[in-house]
Design a protein around this ligand. Structure first.
Ligand code: GLN
Length: 205
């Protein structure tokens, strides 16, 4: 049955399932009307409109990407202009020192030992006036960024949500609360990327 939640009910979003919090992301995506699939091998990226790289442990996720031979398919997805959301360790994996999908560097475990895990109300660009309750777990912050990177939210003066082109990244875990507004930003990016792709295929006919 088609979902009535979105104008583009056929969008398919993958969640990288090397390690980390896969099901919570999938649940939020389904809530927003997307079809979801777990990405474990390169073929799983075929036909996806968007991809989430979840939190977990960035070293483990990077090693998993390498051992599953996923890097070329991830690069192809990115180069095709298909959106990517990286959360927490996923932000680190997307940064300039790892896959280089976003022109920024992350500082791991940046909020310090006493603050391993905490929650904060964040003002986030593009989700309306109501603050977003954000869950941080041994979170990074964005240490440096290029001029093309837009900061959507900061905490204690450090960027914790950023966007550049088709890449959205957060230091917190938007999948761990009931509030789908951060994923909705990503779904809006995915909807317009998919519409653009549809239009250019139509032109090529
Ligand atoms: N501290 C982890 C890392 O450096 C990230 C934690 C998370 O994803 N919740 O990879």
């Amino acid at each position: 049955m088609r979902s009535s939640r979105t104008a583009e009910p056929d969008l398919k979003v993958g969640v990288l399932a090397v390690q980390g919090d896969v099901e919570a992301h999938a649940r939020t995506l389904r809530q927003l009307g997307a079809a979801t699939t777990e990405v474990r091998v390169p073929e799983d990226l075929e036909g996806l409109d968007g991809l989430i790289i979840p939190g977990g442990e960035s070293t483990t996720i990077s090693k998993g990407i390498e051992s599953a031979g996923l890097e070329p398919a991830l690069r192809a997805h990115h180069e095709a202009g298909k959106p990517i959301l990286g959360t927490c360790a996923g932000l680190i994996v997307c940064d300039s020192e790892h896959l280089g999908f976003i022109d920024a560097t992350a500082r791991r475990n940046a909020f310090g030992r006493q603050l391993q895990s905490f929650e904060a109300d964040l003002a986030v660009e593009g989700i309306g006036d109501e603050p977003l309750r954000a869950v941080f777990i041994r979170a990074p912050w964005v240490e440096s960024r290029g001029p093309g990177v837009e900061v959507l939210a900061s905490h204690d003066g450090h960027p914790v949500a950023i966007r550049e082109g088709g890449v959205l990244a957060s230091a917190f875990h938007p999948e761990l609360t009931d509030d789908p507004r951060f994923h909705a930003i990503f779904m809006a990016m995915t909807t317009s990327a998919s519409a653009r792709e549809g239009a250019s295929k139509e032109e090529a006919r």
